[in-house]
Design a protein around this ligand. Structure first.
Ligand SMILES: Nc1ncnc2c1ncn2[C@@H]1O[C@H](COP(=O)(O)OP(=O)(O)OP(=O)(O)O)[C@@H](O)[C@H]1O
Ligand SMILES: [Mg+2]
Length: 489
């Protein structure tokens, strides 16, 4: 045991400066010869002519190796080892190595990253999402994506998944930070908070004393500072609730006035070379993501569907011991498209109001109430007038309809361009579903639970047309006709 300890304390390890230098060269090489994918241990071993075990030892910086081993490693990436690139084992290090410098590594890569979880939710009860987690891990660790957006309607589980993902891969990063934008912080405030966190990790010397500079310049300087940090360190930043800084009542993806500078941050994170990853969660896709993303590019988005039936069943079963079979529940799970928030609310209601009797609940035929209603209303409130009209018509139609059918419904002279823009916007807000089958035109429909909610308004919408001018007569008649048909069903 004692002998083992002594062995571990002989030789040299990479200094922080040396590790950064090596990582930078490694990432460049991965981009040049490996399409940006991370080198495997075997590939590193082949390239450096060192045993895989030695490669791991060098990168972990815990056990000493011969100086010559580091020289091999450096040479394999076209680098020259200098005295500032390594230090003796067990000696302390003051941030820069000089071959003899000292101090335990302040932020070893593995297994203790420097973390700030902010107001991240508790994910100790978490079901399913195996596929999504595997895909996201692959994007981040193998494909080295720089910017990823998790999209989905309210309550679908974006925040929970982002926390689960970050906890699972945290040991691959030097810094992990999770921030919510729910209170719409200015970009300057967000950057300041992030940089302060990084500075406490002693990785940067941050001077925030810039009261004499214009706000615009201060923001620009801090974006530059952040980018510098993302280049020299492997960081994972999660920004939750990005929709809070996006504009309401407009086509989706635009920023609220005063928040347009976020665009520049996302552009730089997505477009410029660095070794970190920023994960966003949002109900709507910010516009530049649409421009920057691509299946083989380092900017990607993942649209979150509901939970699969198995995971959803596990979720509702944690709430109580219901009467009702899995089959009964499957209907409800389908009805709410596996939305975990909706299912949690329903499960609680069935337990409290119906003594756990799911059949009794189903006979009431009330599927939209309380918090789900609030949740959906919040989403609806953000829409433009044309988007709301389309939502009403999708509700009246109930079955999926084509663009041509929708245009006919609207009657009002809407250009194809405007109609397509509105549909695209609704789709990016995750409120409508697109269905396409071979040899048929694309069709659109609503999430079932949204249809239920809007059903309540449709009558009022039709009545509005009842008192409208002649121009709306055709629309009104059609709406009343269709609504009448639905009522009889
Ligand atoms: N995989 C899961 N397993 C168990 N519970 C989950 C899961 N995903 C989400 N939930 C629960 O569902 C609820 C909604 O999840 P979450 O807050 O992550 O949704 P969201 O998509 O971020 O919603 P919003 O758009 O309103 O921010 C939470 O109570 C969360 O605990
Ligand atoms: Mg959330």
């Amino acid at each position: 045991m004692e002998k083992h300890k002594q062995k571990r304390r002989r030789g040299v390890i990479l200094s922080l400066a040396g590790l950064n230098k090596l990582q930078e060269a490694k990432y460049q090489a991965e981009f040049q010869v490996n399409d940006g994918a991370r080198f495997t241990l075997e590939e590193l071993s082949y390239r450096t002519q060192l045993a895989p075990f030695t490669v791991s030892k060098v990168l972990a910086r815990e056990e000493g190796v011969d100086k010559q081993t580091l020289e091999y490693f450096f040479r394999a990436f076209g680098l020259e080892l200098t005295t500032s690139d390594y230090q003796r084992v067990g000696n302390s290090e003051s941030g820069v190595g000089n071959g003899e410098e000292t101090s335990p590594n302040p932020y070893p890569l593995i297994p203790t990253p420097y973390c700030d979880w902010g107001e991240a939710v508790d994910v100790s009860i978490f079901f399913g999402r195996t596929e999504e987690l595997t895909q996201l891990e692959h994007w981040i660790l193998n494909d080295r994506c720089r910017l990823i957006v998790l999209l989905g309607m309210g309550g679908i589980g974006k925040s929970s998944l982002s926390v689960k993902l970050a906890t699972q891969i945290q040991t691959q990063f030097e810094f992990v930070v999770w921030r919510s934008l729910r209170n719409s912080p200015s970009l300057l405030d967000l950057l300041t908070s992030l940089l302060k966190f990084f500075a406490n990790g002693q990785a940067i010397n941050l001077s925030l004393n810039d009261s004499n500079v214009l706000q615009e310049d201060a923001t620009r300087l801090r974006i530059a500072k952040l980018m510098e940090h993302l280049r020299s360190h492997r960081c994972l930043i999660v920004l939750d609730n990005v929709e809070s800084i996006l504009a309401r009542h407009e086509h989706s993806g635009h920023y609220q006035p005063g928040y347009e500078d976020y665009k520049e941050l996302l552009k730089q994170v997505g477009e410029t070379f660095h070794q970190s990853c920023v994960v966003l969660t949002s109900r709507e896709k910010p516009q530049e993501i649409t421009i920057l993303e691509g299946e083989t590019l380092p900017v990607r988005s993942l649209h979150l569907p509901g939970l699969c039936t198995g995971a959803a069943l596990e979720l509702v079963r944690t709430k109580s011991f219901f009467c009702g079979s899995d089959a009964d529940w499957q209907n409800l799970i389908e009805h709410y498209s596996g939305n975990p928030l909706a299912l949690k609310i329903i499960a609680t209601t069935i337990q409290e109001l119906f003594d756990g009797d799911i059949k009794e609940f189903q006979t009431q035929r009330t599927t939209v109430f309380g918090s789900i209603y609030d949740l959906l209303e919040q989403q609806f409130y953000r829409l433009s007038a044309l988007e709301k009209d389309l939502m009403y018509w999708l509700t009246i139609n109930r079955e999926p309809v084509t663009i041509a059918e929708l245009r006919e419904d609207l009657v009002l002279p809407i250009s194809s361009m405007k109609l397509l823009e509105a549909l695209d916007s609704l789709s990016r807000r995750n409120l409508i579903e697109k269905k396409s089958a071979p040899q048929t035109s694309v069709q659109f429909t609503l999430q079932p639970v949204l249809m239920d909610m809007l059903q309540k308004f449709v009558q009022r919408y039709v009545v509005k047309f009842r008192v409208g001018g002649d121009k709306d007569k055709e629309t009104r008649d059609k709406g009343i006709r269709r609504q009448g048909t639905r009522d009889k069903e």
